[in-house]
Design a protein around this ligand. Structure first.
Ligand code: ADP
Ligand code: MG
Length: 682
């Protein structure tokens, strides 16, 4: 076991500098090295005689050095070593660039195996920089070799040599985290075989066997981790809630709730009055009215004497929630406060003390609500809005703040069913699949940039009717330099203001602005003091300006499908007919697919399915979005069957050993994988 934690610097050929480059690939010790899997393979098994070589094809040749190599110095920085090798069928001319030392490596009469791409004609066969090895000592020729994803300072040969060493060093130290019974029941190979053959497969079959085992293991660990997160809370006592009449809340609303909203609320109330802590995901398209669902839960908690915390991913969004919820909830006796990075020191102190003493029922904020100095009197409900920015471990951290508070997660990122199973394995799900009746579909057009004149005229006409518009620009890099979003957005906005819309008020919003500045700009736009808001994707999440009727997206090819859909959801939030215009000159297949999907449907779930097809599920994983361990080998689009198998196996194991106390090394591995503290998953 200890071998696996050996620092990567102790591997031969890896020094301080290379260790730094390897760290960029996430390789720091032998374990991470061995878990750095190839992205592809190169089949170097084909042996050819010299007269069988075909130009353009790679092959191994067993040949003898026919004469002493000739070295020549062409010019500064260009040295050649040429040598002639032969077999019984012909001669092959080899050229090595800038490796003068090779002159003393090869000697007449010695036989080597060379691997490279054949060039020239059958009569004058040539190879440039072929690999070579002494016969019988072959490591990189005559076999299937791994092809790894690289970074600056890390070459294929460095990686494959390091992995080879790592495999040899750990040969007997690799301990199998899969329980023996699971491994046998599902006909999975041993861990040693799997690691050996995922890196250096003996043949295709060995690779398939190795891969199957590693995919299974990955999905098995993922399922177990999610189940443990969930059961950690399931065994706990939730904050106590009594059923009570919500009529005062419903009567205070300016509209009646949709059936989907009502269903979600009744799911939530059922959870909160049960004895265990709620773990619920409320998943609904943009504009489906999730905020009101959260409000109902918050009202219900407050009337049960419990405090609520509502976390949003940005200060703007937190502020907006505060301004829409406080006027609704305060008159009903729910005392609300806002706490973000922009909150002044004095107000902050006051809010903190009131939270501690229980004088505040609802606090709305950002990550600040996670900081250790925020103490609650009786935190009973935690709501996170736009879940895709809050990972599993953050959920775990926050829920430790109270006595296992009820947890409600709101997400506007529809996840296809197959993935939801995996990603939200630790949550119950309510789907809000209905939009408020007032909502109209958003007419969506995809056009070329030559349409700009017409688009601007259209914006002007709508502005004359009193509507507002968003213009979103991606961060386009010019000349491969670092993208400067501030410059791009500012320049475009200035041009629009000066040359296109001199009579309208153009605002600017980008991620480099201070929170206070952003809020001021957003507030001005929400109040109708600007007509057109030129912005980067900071407006992506949840901001609500009902009077905005156009979403114009420049260089639409720079955005993913789900992101385009999220952006479109910023309009069509009021009574006005709304439009989304996607500008793109890119005629690539992927881009055309995305644009077509956008113009064809307004349905977020359909978009998500399409996105899954186009991009694969990779994006749904990785710590960035969900805090889940990234899937390294599994591909959920084609490994579905194995996923079901792994899931069933995980459940079977938990049925016997619910807290994995009989499988300590498995338990430790899962904790490591989810990067959770021991306390967060017990
Ligand atoms: P999202 O699900 O994207 O968070 P919001 O909660 O922000 O959606 O709601 C979008 C808009 O719809 C808000 O202006 C909200 O007041 C309004 N709304 C919510 N529920 C209803 C409803 N049942 N009928 C009419 N309008 C509603
Ligand atoms: Mg929302």
């Amino acid at each position: 076991m200890s071998e696996l934690h050996t620092d990567i610097r102790y591997v031969k050929g890896v020094g301080e500098a290379r260790a730094k480059s390897l760290a960029k690939l996430g390789i720091t010790d032998l374990r991470s090295l061995l878990s750095y899997f190839p992205r592809a393979y190169e089949d170097r098994r084909a042996y050819k005689r010299i007269d069988e070589l075909t130009a353009g094809e790679s092959a191994c040749v067993r040949a003898m050095v026919a004469a002493e190599p000739r070295a020549s110095h062409i010019r500064k920085g260009l040295d050649l070593v040429k040598l002639r090798v032969v077999d019984e069928t012909g001669a092959l001319e080899l050229t090595y660039f800038n490796q003068s030392y090779l002159k003393n490596t090869f000697h007449t009469g010695e036989t080597y195996v060379f691997y490279g791409k054949a060039e020239g004609t059958p009569r004058r066969a040539q190879m440039t920089n072929p690999l070579f090895e002494r016969e019988g000592l072959q490591q990189v020729t005559g076999r299937i070799m791994p092809v790894y994803p690289l970074t600056a300072g890390v070459s294929q040969s460095l990686l494959s040599r390091a992995v080879r060493q790592g495999l040899d060093a750990c040969a007997d130290g690799l301990d199998d985290c899969l329980p023996e019974q699971t491994r046998l029941a599902h006909q999975l190979c041993h861990i040693r075989y799997a690691y050996e053959n995922i890196h250096f497969p003996a043949d295709e079959e060995a690779l398939a066997i190795a891969r199957r085992r590693l995919v299974f293991e990955e999905l098995f660990l993922l399922t177990l981790g999610l189940r443990l997160l969930r059961s950690r809370r399931a065994g706990a006592q939730g904050p106590h809630c009594e059923a009570l009449d919500l009529t005062p809340f419903y009567s205070a609303l300016p509209f009646s709730l949709t059936n989907a909203q009502r269903r979600a609320i009744s799911d939530i109330l059922r959870d909160m009055t049960a004895q265990r802590p709620m773990n619920r995901l409320c998943q609904g398209d943009v504009g489906s009215g999730k905020t009101m669902i959260a409000a109902a839960a918050i009202y219900f908690a407050a009337k049960n004497g419990l405090q609520s915390a509502l976390m949003a991913p940005t200060g703007i969004l937190a502020e907006q929630h505060y301004h829409s919820l406080a006027p609704l909830l305060e008159p009903l006796g729910v005392r609300c406060a806002l706490l973000t990075a922009a909150t002044g020191a004095k107000t902050r102190r006051c809010v903190l003390s009131q939270l501690h003493s229980g004088e505040i029922d609802l606090v709305i904020g950002t990550h600040a609500l996670l900081s250790p100095d925020v103490a609650y009197q009786t935190l009973g409900l935690v709501v996170t809005d736009e879940q895709h920015r809050f990972g599993v471990s953050q959920r775990a951290a926050l829920s430790q703040k109270g006595e296992n508070p009820h947890l409600l997660v709101m997400s506007a990122t529809p996840i296809p069913r197959t993935l939801a199973l995996m990603i939200y394995g630790d949550l119950d799900v309510s789907v809000v699949d209905e939009l408020p009746p007032s909502r109209q579909s958003i007419d969506t057009f995809a056009v070329k940039s030559s349409y700009h004149e017409r688009i601007y005229a259209f914006l002007r006409r709508l502005a004359a009717e009193g509507r507002q518009a968003y213009i979103v620009c991606p961060m386009v890099a010019e000349n491969d330099t670092l993208p400067d979003e501030r410059k791009a957005v500012t320049q475009y906005a200035q041009t629009l203001q000066a040359e296109v819309f001199p009579d309208l008020r153009v605002g600017i919003l980008h991620g480099k602005m201070k929170p206070k500045e952003k809020e001021a700009v957003m507030r001005a736009f929400a109040a109708g003091e600007t007509d057109i808001l030129v912005s980067t994707t900071v407006i992506e999440v949840g901001v609500d300006v009902p009077n905005a009727a156009v979403m114009l997206i420049e260089n639409a090819e720079c955005f993913g499908l789900s992101q385009l859909h999220q952006l479109r959801g910023r309009v069509g939030r009021g009574a006005h007919k709304s439009y989304c215009i996607l500008v793109s000159d890119n005629t690539g297949d992927d881009n055309l697919h995305r644009l077509r999907a956008m113009t064809a449907t307004n349905n977020g779930f359909a978009i998500a399915e399409e996105d899954l097809k186009l991009r694969g599920p990779g994006d749904f994983f990785g710590s960035r979005q969900h805090g889940l361990p990234a899937l390294k080998v599994a591909d959920l689009t084609c490994d579905l069957e194995l996923m079901h198998e792994a899931k069933a196996a995980a459940e079977e194991l938990l049925a016997q050993d619910g807290d994995l106390s009989a499988h300590p090394s498995l338990h430790a591995r899962i904790r490591e994988l989810f990067a959770l503290s021991a306390g967060a998953m017990n």
